[in-house]
Design a protein around this ligand. Structure first.
Ligand code: 5GP
Length: 204
């Protein structure tokens, strides 16, 4: 029987909505989902480890990755480059495993152009006030960066119409449960199962 490809899951949403926190919580639950580690030119924050949180690159190294077509998508975000290395994503999907990308909105839309069959999940903040609290609460950004991130966030919320699912991040555990339910539902999608069981249908 033909091997089924894994699901390409894209978790996106405005800056500060908690994509990273939700993704880490999902990771801790040890589901069968694999995680894509992005490349970035931003400096590591305290506690971040190269190869686990990000592949930290110089601007030259990053541009080299773009030139060699090694990124599935990339975006410039608040003065830094972020991108998804393509090899690991392709290898994982071809091995029949699901993979999740936690990326900002511009990048998610680029992935959609290349992989329209992906599952696009938009993480929503409960309110704009709460979003600002979260960006400020992180304590790692200057006022200018906070204001810039809030402006970007408002434009990004408008992009929610391009997504398959919208998940509210009112509580991390609830958001994680909702994402797990989406994954189960996508695995039960008629189109996927028809493809998988074509041989049975053809025999009858
Ligand atoms: P941070 O600097 O807070 O880790 O990430 C900033 C933003 O970049 C977040 O919205 C995060 O989701 C996004 N991001 C992380 N990795 C990637 C990537 O590979 N591609 C794109 N387009 N965005 C990413």
């Amino acid at each position: 029987m033909r091997k089924e490809k894994g699901l390409l899951l894209v978790l996106s949403g405005p800056a500060g909505v908690g994509k990273g926190t939700v993704c880490s919580a999902l990771r801790e639950q040890e589901t069968d989902i694999q995680y894509s580690v992005s490349a970035t030119t931003r400096a590591p924050r305290d506690g971040e480890v190269n190869g686990i949180n990000y592949f930290f690159k110089s601007r030259e190294e990053f541009k080299e990755m773009i030139a060699q077509d090694r990124l599935l998508e990339w975006a410039e975000y608040v003065g830094n480059f972020y991108g998804t290395p393509i090899d690991y994503v392709q290898e994982t999907l071809n091995n029949g495993k699901d993979i999740i990308l936690e990326i900002e909105v511009q990048g998610a839309l680029k992935v959609k152009e290349r992989f329209p069959e992906g599952v696009f999940i938009f993480l929503m903040p409960p309110s704009l006030a709460e979003l600002r609290n979260r960006i400020v609460g992180r304590g790692t950004e200057t006022v200018d960066v906070i204001n810039e991130r809030m402006n970007v966030a408002k434009e990004e919320i408008d992009m929610m119409k391009n997504y398959d699912y919208v998940v509210e991040n009112d509580q991390v555990e609830l958001a994680v449960e909702r994402i797990k339910s989406i994954v189960i539902a996508e695995h039960c999608k008629r189109e996927r199962l028809i493809e998988k069981y074509k041989e049975l249908v053809e025999v009858n």
